[in-house]
Structures are given as structure tokens and as C-alpha cells.
Write a protein that binds this ligand. Sequence first.
Ligand SMILES: Cc1ncc(COP(=O)(O)O)c(C=O)c1O
Length: 441
Amino acid sequence: MPDKINSQPGLDAFWMPFTANRRFKREPRLLARAEGMHYYDQAGRPILDATAGLWCVNAGHARPKIIEAVRRQVAELDYAPSFNLSHPIAFEFASRVAELTPERMDRIFFANSGSEAVDSALKIALAYQRVRGQGTRTRLIGRARGYHGVGFGGISVGGIVKNRMYFGTLLTGVDHLPHTHDIKRNAFSHGMPEHGAELADALEDIVALHDASTIAAVIVEPVAGSTGVLLPPKGYLERLRALCDKHGILLIFDEVITGFGRLGAPFAAEYFGVRPDIITMAKGLTNGSVPMGAVAVDRRIHDTILEKADSPIELFHGYTYSGHPLACAAGIATLDTYKEEKLFEHAAALSPYWQEAMHSLRDAHHVIDIRNLGLIVCIELEPRPGKPTERALEAFEAAFDAGLLIRVTSDIIALSPPLIVQKPEIDKMVEMLRTVLAKID
Ligand SMILES: Cc1ncc(COP(=O)(O)O)c(C=O)c1O
């Protein structure tokens, strides 16, 4: 028999996303407000945010400049369409984003989430291949254990079985590279793992199977986040770039979590020194305050699509809320905050401390691996025999009760604090985690 629902009063209607609804609604955890590094529950209890919400609140919570910008904007111009009409701050914000992306990757398409940014990027890649006379290139290549949101495009190129198996045949013509996680060779690596650059060569096998003339694009997260912080081995991204170049395949970096300072640089592309053709972003774009996603496109792709268009509208794609005024206002204030407070530099300067502090948990109960990069860490736990995910879910609940917000996925704890984090808060996270891990079975 399925679990009876037995929700607490008032909790039935909201069908929560990616949530154990029955479990939650019996014992809900409700947040009431947030400021700086903390959430506060309804009783006013502080909860230290070790996850920047969901990897999005990079400048910390309730930043005055962002609040003021959104307040002003909603009173002045609450909504304006961007179909054959628009408003000035959409252009201003696009230019500001383009200042942070790699050179000449400065044509910005706005969406409303990471999932939409991914689907937009895949469609732009396909349209580009078609208009440049390579219309047979329709295949999209993702990677095992990749997460690219929940649109049909994103789950098709994504590599997480539960996100795929319930939803039919997905997009056809998709293939996957192997993931880069190799705990046997790379456990407890500090920063980028040594082993596994050769995994990029699997693209050659895919080309051999399908022929390059059928492949439009490869999409990868430079650092895979949702699937449990899988880091690129040294040399891997360079190799993937070289193979894409060799075969005329576009390379898309999904930077929804790595964008906006997470690794101490504006984008992972800069951090790793590898230039993709398209970058997707969301989350830190507006500090999580107003939903927004975006795609940064290489000028040559954008210009080709515009120049070769066979009708006045060059790209038949867009959203009612593309370039939404509130999101653009929040985004400009967010970028100002990052810049004025030098938050990307702060993240870079703090990441060695973060690394050492987190690796001190190596001997904590249940820990089988720790891996880190920038202000990201993954603490992988040994799963309970026959009961995968349970231990980490209990750790999540125990941490929350103790006043610490962590993120768990399978038996992995992933931390990605707001970039305003300071050393005493990092120490506190480590101490609380050690206590939580000692407490659970
Ligand atoms: C790499 C990556 N791509 C896409 C997404 C989807 O973003 P959203 O949940 O805003 O649709 C996420 C979300 O975590 C992500 O981590």
C-alpha cells in the first residue's frame, strides 16, 4: 500500500517539486525569512545557509540594492513584452552580462530558468547548424549523470535515470558521454582530479558510431552539480573542446551553477580557460531573487542565424517573460553587488581555506569521499546497505534541526554557500556537519 498522506492542515494543495511530499507534509520545514547567510524559520530560529538556497543566492539573502531595484521597477514598469517591442533595461542588462562572458560570446538570449536556458541553447545550436548548411547535424550529445533541468530537451541530454525513465521516449537522436566520476582513482582529491582526461575520447566513439555530420552539439556542466559534484579531471575539458573543433560540433557549457563566481571567476569557462560556443546560466544571474535564465551565444553563431534568416523573424523561439523588467532590474543590481563587494575575488581568495576546512571531515562518520572546487564541496557518504539515499536524507533533516541548511542528492552532501561566507561560518559548518554525521546511523 502506498504511504497515507496525512498532511498537516493547509499543506495539501502545493504539490512540491523534487520532494518527498508525503514525508514533508507530515513534518514540514517552512522558512519564513532570510538575511545574509541565514534563513529563519517561523519561530525565528536561524538556519545557516550552506547552499545559497539552491546554488543561487550568491550575494547572500535580502541584499538592499536588489530589494530596492525590484521595488522601484515594479512600480515603474511592471511588465513589458519583448516580441518586436522591449524596454531599455533588458538591453542594459544583456550588455552587463556580456561584459562577464568570454570575449565575443556576447549575444544574450533571455529565458526564465535554467531549464529554459538549456532548451533555448539546444534549439539555437540546431538552428545554427541548419542555417549554415549543416542540416544533417541534428544529434545532441549529453553526459551520464548530467543535469540540465527538466524540460524535454534537458532531460533528454541529461543523464539521471529517475529524471528520464517516467517520461516516455524523450528527444530522439541523443547520445551520452560517460561521466567523469572515478572514486577509485580520485577519492579525496583536492581540487581537480588527476585521472580521467581520456574519458573525453568517448566522443570519438560516438562520432565513429553516428558520423560527425549528424552531430550538432555536446552539452556538459563544467562541474556537474545536481548529480553530486562531479569535477572535470585535469585536461578533460580541453580534450572535449579539441574534439568538438575537430568534428565541427558545438560545445555548450551549462553554467547554471558555476556561473557568477562559484569558482571564483565569473564563469567556469574563464576559470578552466576553455571556451565553449554557448553558455547557459540562471540562478546567480539575479541572485535567485526573480526567476531568470539566459544563454550567452558566440557572435558568429548569432550573426549566422541573423544573416541567413529566410524570414524577418530570425529565430522562432522566445518566452512571454524573456527579459522581464523585474528580472532585469534584479539582475543589474545583482551584478552591481558582486562587483562592488568583489565577491568573485572573495570566493577565489577563500577557496583554499574552504578546501582545507572541508577535507578535515575526512575522518567523520560514514564519509567515503570529499571533493571540492571553488566554493563547492561534496561529502559523499557510504549508502546504507539496500537503502540508498536514506542516510543522506536523514543527515539533511538532522542538519536542519541543528540549524544548518545542506543539500543532499543520493548519498551525497553538496555545499555551495553564498559567496559572502566568512571563515568563522565555514568553521561552524564543519563543526555542525561533524556532529550531524556522528549522530546518524
Ligand atoms: C546545471 C543545471 N542546469 C539546469 C538547471 C535547471 O535550472 P532550473 O531549475 O532553474 O530550471 C540546473 C538546476 O539546478 C542545473 O544545476
